[in-house]
Ligand binder design. Sequence first.
Ligand SMILES: CO[C@H](O)c1c[n+]2c([nH]1)[C@H](O)[C@@H](O)[C@H](O)[C@H]2CO
Length: 446
Amino acid sequence: MPGIVFPKDFIWGCATASYQIEGAFDEDGKGESIWDRFSHTPGKILNGDNGDVACDHYHRYKEDIALMKEIGIQSYRYSISWPRIFPEGKGQYNEKGLDFYKRLTYELLKNGIKPSVTLYHWDLPQKLQDIGGWANRDVTDYFVEYAGLLFEKLGDVVPYWITQNEPWIVAFLGHMMGVHAPGIKDLKTALEVFHNILLSHGKAVGAYRQLNLPGKIGIAPNFSTKYPASDKKEDIEACELADGVLNKWFIYPVFKGTYPEDVVKFYRDRGAHFDFPPEDMKIIGADIDFLAINYYTSEFVKHHPVNGFVEINNELSQFEKTEMGWIIYPKGLYDLLLRLDNDCNKIDIIISENGAAFDDKIDENGNINDVKRMNYIKEHLIQAHKAIEEGVNLKGYYLWSLMDNFEWSFGYSKKFGIIHVNRENLKRTIKNSGYLYRDIIKNNGL
Ligand SMILES: CO[C@H](O)c1c[n+]2c([nH]1)[C@H](O)[C@@H](O)[C@H](O)[C@H]2CO
């Protein structure tokens, strides 16, 4: 695909998250997180894996930054482990924990890599879960205390801040389906958690603005584009509902100051009424500088007589799928970008996560020719570029992920990295997708 060139100031990045790569789960004063607790609970994680060691990034961060530099990564999105900073979740902060993130951040800057810090990527201090976690409205204020300390200590050198990673996943996988920490299965709790996470985001944005810092702040929801399985009215309505449950449920409160009525009714009909103070919606709707979107796949939807809708990707054999079972549907990224450009007042957008898990093979020379991942990256960048040409203010792309890491309930079985990590000795090996990304960055395009 010759001649795809991105805007000259387009940001090429990669992304990780603290619990998935750092390890050192109880080192230097770090407190327990809900993912430490969850992964130490038998039966929760495939193969009994946990993040105790992970990729040992806590000790190997300089080596990893050198690899980023070799690939030419311009910006690195990493998350900060709240219990490393506040072992009890609040109160006295842990100097050694803060020191790690200072060293990491300054090593990036020394190597010409722009830091992009995610304040919350799921590893809540267990002590806060013990008082109700995100379902406890007080935790939104403890989040502001945590964010405020990091703004104070790193705000003058970190140009990009993301308050929350995927409120919907935290709320619904962690508190309704129970497959993520803390493993709760209750719709009302899930809805309260979702609201409080958005509230914490709005409060943190307000705190950031008060400090007049030079950087930009946003939030990283997960979206996926929904398509009706047929042109039958019932499937089109089912698709609307599925879109509401995932996508509008975020877009409306953050950009329109209200929850979508059709989805509120959907939940009320299932017994989960909830009435939040109207002043919350003003806080949640705080102006942000960019919208960070995590896009991996899309869903085809049909009517379901009881649940209203059902997603049927597993019935669709015509699409190639990743190791996660997600269909590869790059046009879904294009359609999402155009939709968000329209629904979110042409806000600046960055793709904060896009990538794929495949069953990578190492050849006799130790090389990893991960062609499927290379194709996935190219196909999605082609769609991203198309969106830019149609006027979408897409400013950057962060590939998920820098290296193979702890994939939540799947443990280390699913590999998203452009760098392979040997689970025996943690040796890093750049995959061919990493070299492809190096060339894309060098050429600022395909
Ligand atoms: C449907 O995909 C979600 O948007 C999503 C996918 N992913 C994510 N969210 C998380 O932000 C990462 O921590 C995961 O490692 C990554 C890969 O699974």
